[in-house]
Design a protein around this ligand. Structure first.
Ligand code: ATP
Length: 362
């Protein structure tokens, strides 16, 4: 059957177009959309050399659209191209009643649908605090700061528990372009340099993290999940979204509406941004116990020898005390103050701690 060229798919020219592809505005049939969507992700994986044969990989699974599509796609590509990966779902239960408990129910169904083992680790078991308790103590404003720091470490610790050294997450092109914009708007050029990396690793951690959806548009992930009828959870987190990211997101969406390629263009600008070589002032001083510590140019301190573990929790860290422990210490002191004085001191104390934390370098 020959279709009217106005309604025929721009790629196969034989089936009827049912959608306008968000990234290129091409009119496509479902089959051609699946094909370009999956092939682009495969090409990203291959050109960045993300995996090696026989590798065990943990998928950071929140039950949301991005990580559900990621699990589906990695299973599909692993079978189609014989990557030889052993895939495991890894979920962090932050302890947000009415949100994470529902999304974890989705991940438990995904476990059956994709036939992948599932490991769940909770903030409560790792840190003795749930996010609900943290928000009750520190207030809602800094919830994303706490949650982000604790989740990064929790994903690493969950992977370490499974003996896995690679975690993939569903961060997509929109997330990355937003981060580039945020760093530009803040004048934070140091972070700009690393914000477009497809592979990242926290200092001191043996676990690498990667983002196979680095060039994948959020709108296409939603379309793919919709057409494939994937089972995902679509409610926003109960707590306030990061305000500044929200502003960058609105800006990005307005730009995308005018010129869809701007998402990729922003990422490429970030990738091509070259900073002048930094002047580094490194002093190595000896402590009483003769352990070497490095005093960085910005005044932060890191261990260079004899151990790279947090002195408090024992988890790997290049700093004497890891970022998560610094945050939790602030919370503990706030809780103690409230117990003694009552009132709103906790909010002040924890907010001060968040401010201090933002000025520290890790
Ligand atoms: N609780 C969690 N457990 C495991 N991985 C998580 C969790 N929260 C987030 N991630 C990982 O980090 C990625 C980005 O998380 P973010 O909070 O930005 O959510 P998102 O963009 O809504 O993604 P999703 O749609 O997968 O929830 C997710 O795709 C997922 O891989």
């Amino acid at each position: 059957m020959v279709f009217n060229p106005k309604t025929a798919c721009h790629l196969c020219h034989s089936r009827k177009a049912v959608m306008k592809r968000p990234k290129t505005l091409q009119k496509l049939c479902k089959e051609c959309f699946y094909n370009v969507f999956e092939t682009e992700i495969h090409n990203t994986i291959i050109s960045a050399n993300l995996f090696h044969k026989g590798e065990r990989v943990a998928i950071g699974a929140s039950g949301g659209k991005d990580s559900t599509v990621l699990a589906h796609i990695l299973k599909t590509l692993n079978e189609r191209y014989n990557y030889g990966l052993e895939l495991v779902l890894l979920s962090i239960d932050e302890g947000i009643v009415g949100y994470r408990d529902d999304s974890l129910a989705t991940v438990k169904r995904n476990k059956e649908q994709y036939q992948m083992p599932l490991e769940i680790v909770s903030y409560k078991e790792l840190y003795s605090w749930s996010m609900d308790e943290i928000v009750a103590c520190a207030g809602i404003r800094s919830s994303c700061t706490y949650c982000g720091v604790l989740r990064r470490q929790a994903l690493d610790r969950g992977a370490a528990k499974l003996g896995i050294a690679h975690v993939v997450t569903g961060h997509n092109a929109d997330d990355m372009a937003e981060t580039v914009l945020m760093n530009l708007l803040r004048g934070d050029v140091n972070r700009l340099e690393s914000s477009t990396n497809i592979i990242t690793q926290s200092s001191g951690s043996p676990i690498k993290r990667s983002k196979p959806f680095k060039y994948t548009y959020e709108k296409e992930i939603v379309l793919y999940a919709h057409y494939k009828k994937l089972d995902y959870f679509s409610t926003e987190c109960t707590y306030a979204p990061e305000a500044f990211r929200g502003t960058a997101r609105t800006l990005l969406k307005s730009l995308e509406a005018i010129k869809p390629s701007c998402i990729i263009d922003i990422i490429q600008s970030g990738e091509n941004f070259k900073l002048k070589p930094k002047k580094q002032r490194k002093n190595v001083v000896k402590k009483n116990n003769a352990q070497e510590i490095e005093v960085r140019a910005d005044g932060s301190v890191s261990l260079t020898k004899d151990g790279n573990k947090c002195e408090n929790c024992g988890y790997l860290s290049t700093n004497k005390i890891c970022k998560a422990c610094i945050l939790l210490k602030g919370l503990e002191s706030s809780r103690a103050k409230v117990a003694i004085e009552g009132g709103n001191v906790a909010i002040d104390g924890a907010a001060q701690m968040t401010k201090k934390l933002e000025t520290l370098s890790f």
